[in-house]
Design a protein around this ligand. Structure first.
Ligand SMILES: Cc1ncc(C[n+]2csc(CCOP(=O)(O)OP(=O)(O)O)c2C)c(N)n1
Ligand SMILES: [Mg+2]
Length: 589
């Protein structure tokens, strides 16, 4: 668990009294749940809880992370959970803060990360409401705003009920498949005084269940099918960040002599430089991956993000399919993030790594070799220094600039070509935003960077300029709390994804493709990305326009990151996506 951030910061003067208040109890429970940080933007609906965190707990365990927008607070918790697998707490002010946070909650939900979201409402008892503002910020069934994309919510009616709600929300958020939960505290319950602190729970007795085991019969049949297969394919999907799980996965693949596909929307799941790895991690499978799937006789889907969509893209696939996933438990009829319904000849209802261990045990596969923390391995040579930047040249320059460094790639932009870089460890790459809600990159980078500090890895992100600007005010939190990272903004001065779409529409309608940039290009004036960073206390560098200048900026930036600084480099790139992404985005079926 990462240590507290900047221990000299935001230390309250000692408080030795003031009685016991409802929110003091909730703050104590938060500490009891072993939550290290609570990301928030303030609001009067939780002024009681805010006071308790500062004056009862002394702003430690958990420590507050002040954010300039609720969307950033949630994104920070999201990034943190992607590294640790642990939930961070977030507090959102009444209905308005919840509305601000909601897109980021959707991203976290789609990405299946645990998160403890707390909220507050004006007094449920109308007689207690202050004129005007308490009425504005009280909604009936506030959680209805987000209920379709969280696992559980409650609005407890008393302090005692609040304790139970917090315990239950914690268990549910951490139970696989993990996800966000929401507890909404009535301001009056927070601000009610009590004679004594109640008996606090024995937290060890309110833990998530042990991992569900797959059916013995299912594992036996899966092992038999895989053991006999002539050409098996493993779809390495939403697996854990655990190195022992990674080792066993690789060992199983080697024993089966299987082929493996990985996905750039989720974190590193298999060594991409392994001889069994096929094609490249991508948003949409390409022809090569399709060929692999069409040639398979057995496919093992390890909670692959979209097996039905992948099969559709591949064409005629004859293989028997073993589907490992518990994701169906979260499918609720509102969102379609469950994707198409895949066929399955054997279905194992457990986490993908539990299945891997069980199948490996059945086949007598050893533990495998735990991966090491290694320096980056780009798959491109360094480009000539005077080459103008595009997304491919940027990848080559990044590799050169980060040479010999052990980093975690926290985020890659939409146009990234998966073949340009290798991942050899679960922390080499953390994947994407889950819900494709733009404006999550900065917050998720900060949360991941916070969690990565103890790993010795340097957090590195390549962010789209649109993503960067939508959430630019997230960065102040990194400067304030001293969270180091290197962010390279792949600045094509456009919401380029949508230029791709306008081009498709123009072609289909025989209209001028030359107009695709209108309403998309972020130019005239060009944004001073480095200035936006500097204005908030970060180190801002650039703009750079060539490979050589980017390599130099990265090297300078790395020195600063190692001194604890958050660094942003503005890399001006020619607009463009890799062809596979363009094809996937613009398909009509
Ligand atoms: C909240 C939200 N608004 C709009 C979109 C539509 N959208 C998808 S990608 C994209 C462009 C993102 O721009 P940038 O981060 O600069 O990436 P680029 O495509 O230019 O590489 C937009 C606007 C979205 N997915 N989410
Ligand atoms: Mg852009």
């Amino acid at each position: 668990m990462p240590a507290e951030k900047n221990s000299a910061l935001e230390v309250p003067v000692p408080n030795n009294g003031g009685g016991v208040w409802g929110s003091d109890v909730f703050a104590e429970v938060l500490r009891g749940l072993d939550v290290k940080y609570v990301a928030l933007n303030p609001g009067s609906s939780f002024r009681g809880l805010h006071d308790s965190l500062v004056n009862r707990l002394g702003n430690r365990d958990p420590q507050m992370l002040l954010c300039l927008h609720e969307e950033h607070a949630v994104a920070i918790a999201h990034g943190y959970a992607k590294v640790t697998g642990e939930p961070m707490a977030v507090i959102l002010h009444s209905n308005v803060g919840l509305m601000h946070g909601s897109m980021a909650i959707f991203n976290a939900w789609c990405d299946r990360v645990p998160m403890l979201i707390y909220g507050a409402t004006g007094p449920v008892d109308a007689a207690l409401r202050r004129p005007w503002i308490d009425w504005l910020h009280t909604s009936r069934d506030q959680a209805a705003l987000i209920r379709n994309y969280i696992k559980w919510d409650d609005q407890p009616g008393s302090m005692q009920a609040g304790i139970e709600a917090m315990l239950r929300a914690n268990v549910i958020a951490r139970t696989e498949p993990t996800g966000p939960t929401y507890v909404n505290f009535d301001v009056s319950i927070q601000e009610r005084q009590h004679d004594d602190l109640p008996q606090l729970p024995d937290y060890g007795r309110y833990q998530p269940p042990l991992p569900a085991a797959p059916s013995t019969e299912g594992v036996r049949r899966a092992a038999e099918l895989l053991g006999k297969a002539k050409r098996s394919v493993v779809l390495a999907g939403r697996v854990s960040r655990d190195t022992a799980d990674w080792a066993r996965r690789v060992a199983l693949v080697e024993k089966l002599d299987a082929e493996v596909l990985t996905d750039i929307r989720i974190g590193a799941s298999f060594p991409t430089n392994h001889p069994a790895h096929r094609s490249k991690p991508a948003f949409f499978i390409d022809d090569k991956a399709g060929e692999v799937l069409r040639g398979a006789d057995v496919i093992l889907s390890l909670d692959w993000l979209d097996p039905a969509g992948t099969l559709k893209l591949a064409g005629e696939v004859k293989a028997k399919i073993i589907q490992v996933s518990m994701d169906y438990q979260l499918h609720n009829g509102w969102g379609m993030e469950h994707q198409g319904l895949p066929p399955a000849d054997i279905s194992l209802a457990c986490s993908p790594d539990t299945a891997v261990h069980a199948i490996a045990d059945e086949l007598g596969v050893g533990e495998g070799t735990v991966p090491e923390d290694l320096p980056v391995l780009p798959a491109l040579d360094a480009p000539a220094p005077d080459t103008p930047l595009d997304i491919m040249i940027l990848a080559g320059a990044l590799g050169e600039g980060l040479k010999d460094e052990c980093v975690s790639i926290v985020r890659l932009p939409l146009g990234w070509a998966g073949e340009t870089w290798h991942f050899r460890h679960p922390r080499d790459f953390l994947g994407s935003d889950g819900g494709a809600g733009i404006g999550s990159g900065p917050g998720m980078l900060i949360g991941a960077a916070l969690a990565l500090e103890e790993t010795g890895r340097l957090p590195v992100a390549v962010l789209g300029d649109g993503d960067f600007m939508m959430a630019a005010s997230a960065f102040w939190t990194a400067a304030h709390y001293g969270v180091p990272f290197l962010a390279v903004v792949s600045n094509n001065r456009s919401f380029y994804n949508d230029e791709v779409h306008q081009e498709r529409v123009a072609v289909a309608r025989s209209r001028p493709v030359e107009n695709k940039w209108i309403g998309q290009r972020i130019a005239e004036p060009d944004i001073d990305i480095a200035g936006v960073a500097r204005a908030q206390g970060l180190e801002g560098m650039g703009p750079v326009e060539t490979s050589g200048d980017l390599v130099e900026a990265i090297r300078k930036g790395l020195k600063l990151v190692k001194e604890g600084k958050a660094v942003v480099i503005d890399a001006r790139v020619k607009p463009g996506y890799n062809p596979n992404m363009v094809a996937g985005l613009t398909r009509s079926d």
